[in-house]
Write a protein that binds this ligand. Structure first.
Ligand code: NAI
Ligand code: MG
Length: 358
């Protein structure tokens, strides 16, 4: 069956990096029997400019109909004075909630060729390959009540609510156990069960769910310790699963273990395997339009799409290997360059990957 892929390039470097990722998809279609149909839609500032809103109904309709979405990046100074609910970012937030994309997958993989770019010592990070699974549509970012007011003492007061029900926990738990099974078979659930009621429920549900996944090793860790362990000895982890707030912080910390933001892909998935795939970085307005943006985060997001939505793990391996070969050849965009390597443009990197795939 032909898979429908919607490309949403967005703003800043988004269109440049998506162009290279699309070339990769086209090469896989023409040379490796990948059966896809590509379509494009407006989102973010580009959609505000064209239609006045960051997520036009036509884009949302196309996103619903698609099997997978390749998303560039959105935002930029041009739209900073838009009212908060009409900013480019709200287009992505709405897309996530309308499509029920509850599972955010953030791998942190260190390519051996880039060990020197990491902030940590080489032996701590070399060979690093971990996956953080973050719950994306619940928890304290969405819990009610939330707000600000004057309290009885005439002081300003503000509050948010961290809330999960057992179905929400089970849903993200299943996704994480399935991913751990396809990887190294070890899952670490991160919470704050020594302090928070919501974390105690989280831990109970994860433990119950483990009965369905006896082949997977399940451990629990408090979030403060997890933050420490991620920096001290990150290779002890295989797959981590955690709630929205803890996952936001831990995944950004883990990202820095690998060096450049230009190398980090992500996926946001629903219960049926549909996913939105995007680089972790933003629209990088400081380098947009110069042809220097690193397209590898987006190309590696295509690899995740192949693995998790299109059921073509074989092609995902090919793309990831091609990225490795390009790095072996010393090809680097500016963000990952050093004295011994040569600077390549966005397009040259994309072209090198396409050549290796052909
Ligand atoms: P950013 O990730 O866009 O840029 C941070 C730094 O990393 C900049 O120096 C940039 O040049 C560099 N960088 C980012 N991607 C790169 C790449 N592919 N190759 C080489 N260098 C790269 O974050 P920043 O500057 O905080 O935000 C810029 C805009 O992006 C803002 O409007 C922000 O709201 C938006 N944003 C959008 C996201 C999304 O679309 N999902 C996520 C994060 C930020
Ligand atoms: Mg973040």
């Amino acid at each position: 069956m032909t898979a429908r892929i919607l490309v949403m390039p967005g703003d800043g470097v988004g269109p440049e990096i998506c162009r290279e990722a699309v070339r990769v998809l086209e090469a896989l279609a023409s040379d490796h029997g990948l059966d896809i149909e590509l379509e494009e839609a407006l989102v973010g500032g580009a959609a505000i400019d064209a239609e006045g809103v960051p997520l036009p109904e036509s884009s949302l309709t196309a996103a619903r109909a698609a099997d997978a979405i390749l998303f560039g990046s959105i935002g930029g100074p041009k739209w900073d004075d838009q009212p908060r609910d009409n900013r480019p970012e709200s287009g992505l937030l709405r897309l996530r909630s309308e499509l029920g994309l509850f599972a955010n997958l953030r791998p942190a993989i260190l390519y051996p060729q880039l060990a020197h770019v990491s902030a940590l010592k080489r032996d701590i990070v070399s060979g690093l390959d971990i996956m953080i699974v973050r719950e994306l549509t619940g928890g304290i970012y969405f819990g009610k009540p939330a707000g600000r007011h004057m309290n009885a003492n005439g002081k300003r007061e503000a509050f948010n609510t961290m809330r999960y029900d057992e179905d929400e926990i089970r849903r993200i738990g299943r996704a994480a156990f399935d991913i751990a099974r396809a990887r190294g078979g070890r899952l670490c659930s991160v919470d704050k069960a020594n302090v928070l009621d919501v974390s105690q429920l989280w831990r109970d549900v994860m433990t119950e769910l483990h009965a369905e996944y006896e082949d997977i090793e399940l451990t629990h860790m408090y979030v403060d310790n997890a933050a420490m362990q991620l920096v001290r000895a990150p290779k002890q982890f295989d797959t981590l699963v955690t709630g929205n707030l803890f996952g936001d912080v831990l995944s950004d910390a883990a990202a820095m273990l690998t060096g450049s933001i230009g190398m980090l892909p992500s996926a946001s998935m629903d219960t049926n395997g549909k996913g939105l795939y995007e680089p972790v970085h933003g629209s990088a307005p400081d380098i947009a339009g110069q042809g220097v943006a690193n397209p590898l985060a987006t190309i590696l997001s295509v690899a995740m799409m192949l693995r998790y939505t299109l059921d073509r793990g074989d092609l995902a391996d090919k793309v990831e290997n091609a990225v490795g070969y390009a790095l072996d050849r010393g090809l680097r965009t500016r963000d990952i360059m050093d004295d011994e390597t040569q600077m390549a443009s966005t397009q040259e990197i994309g072209g090198a990957i396409v050549d290796m795939l052909r």
